[in-house]
Design a protein around this ligand. Structure first.
Ligand SMILES: Cc1ncc(COP(=O)(O)O)c(C=O)c1O
Length: 451
């Protein structure tokens, strides 16, 4: 956090900051000027351990040399090819590379410039798919309360968090919600049973709506905004089976969870469930340049391929999608992960990280440590013995936000949980450094609350 100059204050005021009140941000802004590997530095030279790689983006750390070099080389060749009338050779290489690491036969790719674009693309793909495969009435989508699928309007309608959508209502119709297992967990004797019940809710909604009106289920395999909700594999298997039975496309939003952090290239592989479409973004360029992509099953793509007079091509596109620089970065990221087996490393580092987070239970304020691989979250309660939550006016997370930044630690912190996802360049020693920083920040936050 820096003491902003008058000019910085003025310019911050002229900037619409994401989701935050500028008058608050202005008091103590985090203005970064440099980043490398696990760390970034603010304009006063203070170093921060970036435990979420930007915002679940820099999976190889900031400014990874291989990614930088790939972009530098690409800059010497071509940096833009308009998707409307051409494609760059490197974009085709990216399509091949991405298709080689997806589960099942999700080898048909539409590149984008971000996660929201990927979600919008998947929504439009599903609607057009059913229009031209004999089910024109299928247009609705079912997603989960607490989820986040992006900032554009259809993605916002698919999202399940009221704070991020109520201000824009009424949103477009046809987006239905079911409850997240975390909202039902205390009504069932076990997590497994809550998962089973919530998975079956999808079928209840599909049947009650009429399956001939439902196009897709949009699901984050691990839901960050819900507090890194990590379902059982059975939950996703049940949803998979329901979608198949009712001819509904299962769309995994892996914008945040994907690209090796859960211990496999895609969370779908970690849970052993193959969706029909995967939406990706964030870590695909390790933060070097905006990127996104959707990957679809072969037979879905087939419905868009035919004689020009049929007019069945995907009627969708963006100027910067498939940008050559982004594709060069994407190839470098995927090559690095595959060659260095960083998916396996995510499992190993994740086990070590979980051990460190579990150690924090001795403070008596932890309900659960959850996640997969290096994507981990800790749920905070006032009293771990009774599971009593912190009162609204004294949330531990709010205090932790302050102490973490003071200690030079960037995490994703909510009122009742915090999450980390260290880049895969980290070693065990780096995870220990992170564990120490988290513990110090937690101890100080508890102290500030009189504990
Ligand atoms: C799960 C999920 N889906 C979609 C998005 C939207 O991606 P973007 O911000 O790149 O548009 C995000 C962004 O945080 C996300 O976490």
């Amino acid at each position: 956090m820096v003491k902003p100059t008058e000019r910085q204050k003025r310019l911050l005021k002229h900037t619409f900051i994401d989701f935050q009140q500028t008058s608050e941000v202005i008091k103590d802004p985090l203005i970064l000027e440099k980043a490398e590997g696990l760390y970034c530095w603010d304009t006063e030279g203070k170093r921060y351990y970036d435990a979420i790689g930007g915002i679940f983006v820099a999976i190889l750390g900031h400014r990874h040399p291989r990614v930088m070099e790939a972009m530098r080389r690409q800059m010497e060749r071509i940096t833009f090819a308009a998707p409307l009338h051409g494609v760059s050779d490197v974009t085709l290489d990216f399509v091949e590379k991405l298709g080689s690491v997806t589960p099942g036969n999700l080898t048909y790719v539409k590149p984008f410039s971000g996660g929201s674009e990927s979600i919008e693309g998947a929504i439009k793909l599903a609607r057009q798919y059913y229009k031209q495969t004999g089910h024109p009435g299928k247009y609705k989508f079912i997603s989960v309360y607490l989820s986040y699928h992006g900032g554009t309007l259809a993605a916002t309608a698919a999202g399940g968090g009221s704070k991020r959508k109520a201000k824009f209502e009424p949103l477009m119709g046809g987006f239905l919600k079911v409850f997240s297992p975390i909202q039902y967990r205390d009504r069932f004797p076990s997590w497994e049973e809550a998962n089973r019940f919530c998975a079956r809710m999808f079928e209840d909604v599909i049947v009650n709506e009429d399956p001939e009106t439902v196009a897709g289920v949009i699901l984050e395999p691990i839901c960050n905004t819900g507090g890194m909700v990590t379902p059982t594999s059975e939950y996703l298997q049940i949803v998979r089976e329901i979608c198949t039975r009712h001819n509904v496309l299962l769309i995994f939003d892996e914008v945040l969870a994907g690209i090796a952090r859960t211990g496999d290239m895609f969370a779908a592989q970690t849970f052993g469930v193959t969706p029909d479409v995967i939406c990706s973004g964030k870590a695909l360029s390790s933060g070097a340049i905006p990127i996104g992509a959707l990957m679809a099953r072969e037979d879905i793509a087939d419905a868009f391929y035919g004689p020009v007079e049929d007019g069945i091509q995907f009627a969708h596109g963006h100027t910067f999608a498939g940008n050559p620089l982004a594709c060069a970065a994407g190839i470098a990221v995927l090559d690095e992960i595959v060659e260095k087996e960083l998916d396996k490393k995510a499992r190993r580092l994740g086990d070590h990280l979980t051990g460190r987070l579990e150690d924090l239970r001795r403070y008596g304020v932890i309900r659960e440590v959850r996640g997969k691989g290096v994507l981990r979250a800790v749920e905070l309660v006032r009293d771990a013995a009774t599971m009593e939550p912190f009162p609204p006016e004294g949330k531990l997370g709010d205090e932790l936000k302050v102490t973490a930044l003071q200690n030079g630690l960037i995490m994703r912190i909510d009122a009742d949980w915090f999450a980390v996802s260290p880049p895969l360049i980290a070693e065990e020693g780096d995870i220990d450094e992170l564990g120490d920083l988290i513990e110090k920040s937690l101890r100080e936050a508890l102290h500030n609350l009189g504990r």
